[in-house]
Design a protein around this ligand. Structure first.
Ligand SMILES: Cc1cc2nc3c(=O)[nH]c(=O)nc-3n(C[C@H](O)[C@H](O)[C@H](O)COP(=O)(O)OP(=O)(O)OC[C@H]3O[C@@H](n4cnc5c(N)ncnc54)[C@H](O)[C@@H]3O)c2cc1C
Length: 477
């Protein structure tokens, strides 16, 4: 049996980037991917000629190395620079997003605006005592009224639980450096040093045919370079032998490897790796939770659509959390004269929405868009449903202890297993974080570097967005 120096689990952004990096050092890898296609959550789905993402995927990063990799993979003309427009919909009004002062004041009205300011001063004097949870943490920094308008409903839709049971970590990781003062300065488009904020986040890169194009291209180029990439090859067991691991798949194959880069869920490693870990580690794996996702894509005439790339739906009366307009992401994703709207629902496997049949989901999505007046009656022409399990690693009150238990066990007993990527490290991240964890792990193996993968991102000072911002790595020199 061939012994692979590096075996990679998962052909999403993390796994494919790991192979890409190994290739630069002259090493060929084996990737095992459980699904029939590559790209992971960053794939592009195609149905009847319509292309859409699992939620819109912007290609934006502060790490030059990541742009370099994207530019190596895709031809220049295929990597578009796209304008961004997004708004928040709340109580029949559209708020520009990022917030703009004049628009926010106009929508709130002067009385509500004064109430928000008073509510802010109130929490400065009487901050909530326990700031361990998301609700109290945010309210303490923005006041209760702003919290209720701009944070509560959307956050609860995304996570499907009361905001008091979400750890403050989740908020602090993405809102860390943002205070009300900064938000107001941002709203006037001024930053700390008084400069007008650059247009960086007003534009973003996006592959002509969606994010999947990036990862399908990487896949083809890696195959051409001599890497082995096995699709429909789901890893079920990893057993430790003297100086190597045996990796078995559901499909009955067995592979031998010295080092394993794993982007399969960190939560699954304790039950996958043999010998089994102690109970504390096993239950940590079982207790790491996920939120699942489904998207209903509706085709409508282009003239009937809104101009935004996406709209956050803070309205509590509908279940949809966000609506994408894929024609605004890239005109190449849609057909002449028509566009495709993607309604995003945050769900749990087995719940009412997850189990609803596609036809009823399409009707529900159509009704909700009509109710929100985002489309006219009877304007939806076709509909498609895509379900994505484990789209979001959940940050509950115990997640970080659970991660630490697994991390500690791996560091003590499995130094040659490298968790990488989003679910691979149970990190609510962006592609760039997944990619950098892969690059640095490969360098640890091949170049003997000593990068601490768990620290990538920890000292970040950049947060993409208030509500939905995902971790983005900032590299310390
Ligand atoms: C709604 C939404 C919107 C997003 N928007 C953006 C955005 O705008 N910009 C951005 O940069 N990022 C965005 N992201 C994040 C982005 O999708 C992830 O950061 C990225 O896909 C993570 O890559 P990954 O390779 O770490 O994991 P994944 O994409 O999850 O890939 C992991 C792969 O491993 C495979 N796998 C799992 N278990 C096994 C197993 N046992 N055996 C074999 N294979 C296995 C899976 O099938 C999958 O293909 C968004 C995410 C969501 C959910």
């Amino acid at each position: 049996m061939n012994t692979y120096e590096i075996l990679i689990i998962g052909a999403g952004p993390a796994g494919l980037t790991a192979a890409w990096e190994a290739n630069k050092h002259g090493l060929k890898t084996l990737i095992l991917e459980g699904d029939k296609e590559v790209g992971g959550i960053s794939r592009t789905v195609e149905r009847n000629g319509w292309r859409f993402d699992i939620g819109g995927h912007r290609f934006f990063t502060k790490v030059d190395e990541v742009y370099e990799i994207w530019d190596e993979i895709l031809e220049k003309e295929d990597f578009l620079l796209r304008p961004r427009m997004s708004r928040i919909y709340y109580k029949n009004k559209f708020y520009d997003y990022p917030l703009k002062a004049s628009n926010a004041l106009l929508n709130l009205g002067i009385i509500e605006a004064i109430r928000c300011v008073l509510s802010y001063f109130y929490v400065r004097i009487r901050p909530p005592k326990n700031q361990d949870n998301f609700e109290n943490w945010v309210a303490a920094r923005f006041g209760w009224r702003l919290y209720n308008i701009f944070f509560k409903t959307y956050t609860e839709k995304v996570w499907g639980v009361d905001a008091t049971s979400i750890g403050a970590d989740w908020a602090s990781q993405r809102i860390k450096n943002l205070s009300l003062m900064k938000a107001i300065l941002n709203a006037f488009q001024i930053n700390k040093s008084g400069e007008i904020i650059t247009t960086l986040i007003d534009k973003f890169k996006y592959p002509k045919y969606g994010p999947g194009m990036m990862w399908e291209t990487a896949y083809k180029k890696l195959l051409d370079q001599g890497h082995e990439i096995n699709l429909s090859s789901r890893v079920l067991e990893i057993s430790k032998n003297d100086d190597h691991y045996l990796v078995s798949t559901k499909e009955g194959e067995i592979y031998k490897a010295k080092n394993i880069l794993s982007s399969m869920p960190l939560a699954h490693l304790p039950k996958t790796i043999k010998p089994e870990p102690i109970d504390r580690v096993k239950s940590s794996g079982e207790n790491l939770k996920f939120r699942d996702f489904l998207s209903v894509a509706l085709v409508i005439k282009e003239e009937d659509a809104f101009p935004d790339n996406w709209i956050y739906i803070h309205e509590p009366d509908v279940k949809v959390g966000r609506v994408q307009n894929y024609g605004s992401w890239s005109p190449f994703m849609v057909k002449e004269g028509k566009t495709c709207l993607g309604l995003e629902y945050f769900v749990n496997i087995g719940d009412e929405l997850w189990s609803m049949d596609d036809e009823n989901l399409i009707s529900l999505a159509t009704e909700e868009l009509e109710k929100l007046s985002l489309i006219k009656k009877n304007s939806a022409l076709e509909g498609y449903v895509v379900r994505m399990p484990k789209a979001y690693p959940v940050y509950d009150l115990n997640y970080s202890e659970n991660i630490s238990n697994i991390e500690e066990w791996l560091k003590e007993e499995h130094l040659n297993i490298y968790p990488i990527g989003r679910n691979g490290m149970h990190r609510y991240n962006n592609q760039d974080h997944s990619m950098m964890t892969a690059v640095k792990s490969v360098r640890n193996i091949i170049l003997g570097e000593t990068n601490d993968i768990w620290k990538i991102n920890v000292e970040e000072d950049y947060h993409e967005e208030i509500n939905t911002g995902r971790s983005a790595p900032v590299q310390k020199e």
